[in-house]
Design a binder for this molecule. Structure first.
Ligand code: SAM
Length: 227
């Protein structure tokens, strides 16, 4: 349960300096010089962020994970990576971090309207049973929340090995007026699609078991699309 989780009452109340100290604003130490623009929802053990870090050096990347032990593991992993790569040109891992939180409840407490460029849903929990479907991370209501925090032109990335969940996510995203499905050409050429296909721990497990991976990406349309 998440009644003991702490959330900022608004994005302005969120202290990001502990998560990304490398980016503290020299003129105002309570702020960063950048905002988080990439979110990995249900990041698990953090493999996606670790591989995104060198590719998106200019972006701050945040994983959100509900399980305590898993969040602690990712925190420790990032501390170690930062220490091991202090002077690395390729990646210093200062641009990634994780918070424990329920992404289905409090995203707008963390992110301002249009703040994010990319949101990842990698191998979300399938919640197979019919009566559990409302617990899925993609629903009409939640998509409107994701649309709120995503900027125009921003992208939602989805990948799963569960066909039923894939069809569910595609159906809801297709139906939502603020999202437009991206084509195969995008999937073939976008670096994030390649990374999310192979980087996450769950994706590696699926690979070992020779399972399928279903991918779809959606672009956030301008609000005028619904007028
Ligand atoms: N994305 C990772 C990967 O591909 O390896 C993890 C996939 S795992 C099957 C799903 C993860 O989502 C779990 O770590 C779970 O704790 C997390 N999760 C489930 N519901 C969540 C929620 N409401 N908010 C944040 N994380 C959640």
């Amino acid at each position: 349960s998440d009644h003991r989780l702490e959330y900022p009452i608004s994005p302005a109340h969120m202290d990001w300096t502990k998560l990304y100290p490398y980016y503290i604003d020299p003129e105002d130490s309570s702020k960063l010089t950048k905002q988080v623009t990439i979110a990995d929802i249900g990041c698990g053990f953090g493999g996606l962020m670790v591989d995104l870090a060198p590719e998106f050096k200019e972006n701050l990347i945040l994983g959100m994970e509900i399980r305590v032990q898993v969040t602690n593991y990712v925190e420790d992993r990032i501390i170690a990576l930062r220490q091991q790569n202090l002077n690395s040109e390729e990646a210093n891992y200062q641009n990634i971090n994780v918070i424990r939180g329920n992404a289905m409840k409090f995203l707008p407490n963390f992110f301002e309207k249009s703040q994010l460029e990319k949101i990842f849903f990698c191998f979300p929990d399938p919640h197979f049973k019919q009566r559990k479907h409302k617990a899925r991370i993609v629903t009409n209501t939640l998509l409107s929340e994701y649309a709120y925090v995503l900027k125009e032109g921003g992208v939602i990335y989805t990948i799963t090995d569960v066909l039923d969940l894939h069809e569910w996510m595609v159906k809801h995203l297709d139906e939502h007026p603020l999202f437009e499905r991206l084509d195969e050409e995008f999937e073939k050429t976008d670096p994030c699609v390649r990374i999310m296909t192979h980087s996450t721990e769950e994706g590696k497990k699926v690979e070992r078991n020779k399972g399928s991976k279903y991918i779809k990406c959606y672009r956030r349309l301008p609000n005028s699309a619904v007028l």
